[in-house]
Design a protein around this ligand. Structure first.
Ligand SMILES: Nc1ncnc2c1ncn2[C@@H]1O[C@H](COP(=O)(O)OP(=O)(O)O)[C@@H](O)[C@H]1O
Ligand SMILES: CC(=O)N[C@@H](CCC(=O)OP(=O)(O)O)C(=O)O
Length: 259
C-alpha cells in the first residue's frame, strides 16, 4: 500500500502568522501523498468574543449553538481554510480546500446529548468518509485541506473537532493507504508538566494515559487528541505522533502513541 501522511495543525499555530507560514513551508516540502486538517478554535473564540458570542468548551470540545455554528463556519471553512490554501499555493503545493459538505466528503450525525448537550456538533463514523473521492483527489496529486465543518447530508452543517476529523480520515483511508497520523501543535508533545517543555513524554500508552488523565496532567485540548489517537491505532492506522509544528519533517519528534 502507498504511504499517506495525515497531518493536523492546531489553532494556536494558526493564530501565529510566522509559525503558521513556517509550518506550511515545511508541510509543502513533504513528499508523497498528504492531507492537511486545520483547527482554528483560538481564532473562533477571539472573533466570537468581539461579536458577543462567548466560547463554551467542555473537555476540549466547543458547545455549539446556532450563532456559534455560523461563526465557526465563517472562520474555519472561510477565513482560515482559504488563507491556508492560498499560502500553500504560494509554496507550489497544489492544495484544495474543503468542508465535509463539499463533494459530500465527510458526513456526520449530531452528537447525542448525554451528561453534556454539545448542540450542533457532529460525530463522524468511518463510513461517513467519502474515501472514493478523497483517494481520487490524491491520485490527481492534489493536496486536500480540510476545515472542521461537516454536514448531515440533509442540509445541516455541524462543528466537528479537528482532531476527530484527522483521526477518522486516517482510519477510513487506512483501507487504501499505509497511514501515518501526525498532530502538530504549539508544544513539544505530550508533557508531564504542561508548563515545562523539558518534560516531554516520548511514548504514551493507554495505561500511562489513564493515570496522567486522572492526575490532571493531561487536560483540555489534549484529551480529544489522545482519545482520537488511540481510536486510530485500533483501526489499522500505522503510526500516530503528537509533536510541535516546527518538527513536522522529523519522523521521530514528539510523543509516539502506542496501544
Ligand atoms: N499534558 C499536556 N501536554 C501538552 N499539552 C497539554 C497537556 N495537557 C493539556 N494541554 C493543553 O492542550 C493544548 C493543546 O490543545 P488545543 O489547544 O486544542 O490544541 P490545538 O488546537 O493547537 O491543536 C496545549 O496548548 C496545552 O495547553
Ligand atoms: C466541536 C469542536 O470542538 N470543534 C472545534 C473545531 C476547531 C478545532 O478543533 O480547533 P483546534 O484544533 O484549534 O482546537 C472548535 O470549534 O473548537
Amino acid at each position: 500500500m502507498k504511504p499517506l501522511k495525515i497531518i493536523k495543525i492546531g489553532g494556536n499555530i494558526i493564530d501565529d502568522t510566522s509559525r503558521l507560514l513556517s509550518f506550511l513551508k515545511d508541510f509543502s516540502a513533504i513528499s508523497g501523498a498528504k492531507i492537511l486538517i486545520h483547527g482554528g478554535g483560538k481564532i473562533a473564540s477571539e472573533l466570537g468574543s468581539k461579536m458577543g458570542i462567548t466560547a463554551n468548551m467542555h473537555e476540549g470540545r466547543r458547545i455549539t449553538d446556532e450563532a456559534t455554528l455560523d461563526l465557526v463556519t465563517m472562520v474555519y471553512a472561510g477565513l482560515i481554510n482559504k488563507n491556508v490554501v492560498a499560502k500553500l499555493q504560494a509554496q507550489n503545493c497544489n492544495a484544495m480546500g474543503f468542508s465535509g459538505a463539499d463533494g459530500n466528503l465527510i458526513t456526520a450525525t449530531r452528537r447525542p446529548a448525554k451528561e453534556v448537550d454539545y448542540g450542533l456538533v457532529g460525530d463522524v463514523a468511518i463510513s461517513g468518509v467519502n474515501t472514493k473521492v478523497i483517494s481520487g483527489l490524491l491520485n490527481l496529486e492534489l493536496i486536500p485541506v480540510f476545515s472542521p465543518i461537516t454536514h448531515d447530508g440533509k442540509g445541516q452543517l455541524y462543528n466537528t473537532n479537528a482532531d476527530t476529523i484527522a483521526s477518522v480520515l486516517a482510519m477510513a483511508l487506512s483501507e487504501m493507504f499505509e497511514v501515518e497520523l501526525i498532530y502538530c501543535f504549539d508544544k513539544k508533545g505530550v508533557l508531564e508538566d504542561v508548563n515545562n517543555d523539558d518534560t516531554l513524554i516520548k511514548e504514551i500508552n493507554t495505561r500511562n494515559y489513564n493515570s496522567l488523565k486522572e492526575s490532571g496532567a493531561i487536560a483540555d485540548g489534549m484529551l480529544p487528541k489522545l482519545e482520537t489517537a488511540f481510536q486510530a491505532l485500533n483501526h489499522h492506522v500505522k503510526a500516530v505522533r503528537i509533536m510541535q509544528a516546527e518538527e513536522v519533517a522529523n519522523s521521530n519528534a514528539g510523543t509516539l502513541i502506542v496501544k
